[in-house]
Design a protein around this ligand. Structure first.
Ligand SMILES: NC(=O)c1ccc[n+]([C@@H]2O[C@H](COP(=O)([O-])OP(=O)(O)OC[C@H]3O[C@@H](n4cnc5c(N)ncnc54)[C@H](O)[C@@H]3O)[C@@H](O)[C@H]2O)c1
Length: 318
C-alpha cells in the first residue's frame, strides 16, 4: 500500500506512521510543515526516519499536495492547528489550516484521482458537538461548538461528506477525544492528558482547574491509530462519520491522580478556573462509540491504567 500521512510529526501522526510501518509491504510518505507555533519536531519520528520518505511542506501548498496525493492508496489527514486557545487568539490562521487546508486536499483528490482509488481518512474532534444535552451522546447529537478550532473541525467534517456525496471521493471521518500516549506535547495548549503526563514524567505537580469533576472520554493513542489504520481498509466506513472513543469516562481529577500514581512522581494541586478558559469549557462530555463498534466490532484494547503503563514504558525507553 502507498500511504500518505499528513501532520506526520504530530502526536497522532507520528504514532500512526509507526502503525503503518508494522506492515512491511507499506510505503509511507510523511508530510509536516513543522511550524514552531504548533510545537512539533522531527524528534517524534527520529527512530523511523530511515523507513519513510519525509517531506517538509504545507497542506495548503496546492502544487505540492497535488503531486503528493497522486497514486496514493490511503491518505490520513492528521495535519491541523490543534490548540483551542491558539485558535481563539488567531482564528484566521486556524481557519486557513483547518478549513482551507482540508478543502485544498479534497480538491487535489478530485482533480488527481479521477478513478476514486484513494481513501482519505480525516481525524476530527469530539469537541465539534460542544456542550452535551444528555448522556451518553452519539453522532446524532446537535453541534454547537464553543471555540474556533472546534467550529472549523466541524466545518471540515462537512467538506468530507460533501466531497463523498457529490464527487464520490472515498472519505472516512473519525472523531476523537482526549487521546494520550508517547510523543504527546508538553504544553497545556495541546490537550490536557498529555500535558499532565509530561508534568508527571518530569516530576512536576499537576494543576487541575476547580474541583476537576468534569468527565472526559480518554483513549490510548495505540487504540486510536489502530482504528484509524483499520478504517482505511473497511469499505463499510466510506462516506461515514463516527466517534472513535473509549467507553471509559473519567473525572479530570481522577485522570490526574492516576497519572501521578502510575508515574510515581509529582502531586495534584487545584486552582480556580481562569476566566478565558472557563468560557470555552464544555463541562461534562460522555460520548458513546456504539455506531463504530456495531459496524466494525472495534473495541479499544487498553484501559486508562494500561495505556498509562504502556506510555511510561515507552517514555522511559526513549
Ligand atoms: N490528540 C487528541 O486528543 C485529538 C482529539 C481530537 C481530534 N484530534 C485531531 O487529530 C489530529 C492530530 O492531532 P494531534 O493531537 O496529533 O495534534 P498535533 O498538533 O500533535 O499534530 C498536528 C500536526 O499537523 C502539523 N500541521 C499543522 N498544520 C499543517 C499544515 N498546514 N501543513 C502540514 N502540517 C501541518 C503540525 O505541525 C503537527 O505536527 C488533528 O486533526 C486533531 O484535530 C486530536
Amino acid at each position: 500500500m502507498r500511504i500518505l500521512v499528513l501532520g506526520a510529526a504530530g502526536f497522532i501522526g507520528s504514532n500512526l506512521v509507526r502503525r503503518c510501518l508494522r506492515d512491511p509491504a507499506n510505503r509511507v510518505v510523511a508530510l509536516d510543515f513543522l511550524d514552531p507555533r504548533l510545537q512539533s519536531s522531527l524528534a517524534s519520528l527520529a527512530d523511523v526516519m530511515s523507513a519513510i520518505e519525509f517531506v517538509r511542506g504545507d497542506i495548503r501548498d496546492e502544487a505540492l499536495i497535488g503531486d503528493l496525493v497522486d497514486g496514493q492508496d490511503v491518505i490520513f489527514n492528521c495535519a491541523a492547528q490543534t490548540s483551542h486557545s491558539f485558535a481563539m487568539s488567531d482564528p484566521l490562521f486556524d481557519a486557513d489550516v483547518n478549513c482551507l487546508g482540508n478543502l485544498r486536499l479534497l480538491e487535489a483528490l478530485r482533480a488527481r484521482d479521477p478513478e476514486r482509488r484513494t481513501v482519505v481518512v480525516y481525524t476530527s474532534s469530539s469537541t465539534a458537538v460542544g456542550p452535551v444535552d444528555g448522556r451518553p451522546i452519539d453522532e446524532t447529537h446537535l453541534e454547537r461548538p464553543l471555540d474556533i478550532y472546534s467550529a472549523n473541525k466541524c466545518a471540515a467534517e462537512k467538506y468530507y461528506r460533501i466531497y463523498h456525496h457529490v464527487h464520490d471521493v472515498k472519505t472516512v471521518v473519525l472523531r476523537f477525544a482526549n487521546v494520550y500516549g508517547p510523543h504527546g506535547k508538553a504544553s497545556p495548549a495541546f490537550g490536557f492528558v498529555n500535558y499532565f503526563i509530561q508534568l508527571a514524567f518530569k516530576g512536576e505537580d499537576i494543576t487541575v482547574y476547580g474541583g476537576g469533576e468534569q468527565r472526559r472520554n480518554v483513549l490510548f493513542v495505540g487504540d486510536a491509530v489502530e482504528i484509524l489504520y483499520r478504517s482505511a481498509f473497511d469499505s463499510r466506513l466510506i462516506g461515514t462519520l463516527h466517534f472513535a472513543v473509549h467507553d471509559e469516562h473519567l473525572p479530570v481529577r481522577e485522570i490526574a491522580h492516576s497519572i501521578v500514581s502510575v508515574f510515581g512522581r509529582g502531586r495534584v494541586a487545584h486552582v480556580d478556573w481562569p476566566q478565558a478558559r472557563r468560557r470555552i469549557e464544555i463541562v461534562d462530555q460522555f460520548i458513546a462509540a456504539r455506531g463504530l463498534q456495531e459496524l466494525t466490532g472495534w473495541r479499544p484494547q487498553c484501559s486508562f491504567e494500561q495505556g498509562l503503563v504502556e506510555t511510561k514504558r515507552i517514555m522511559d525507553a526513549d
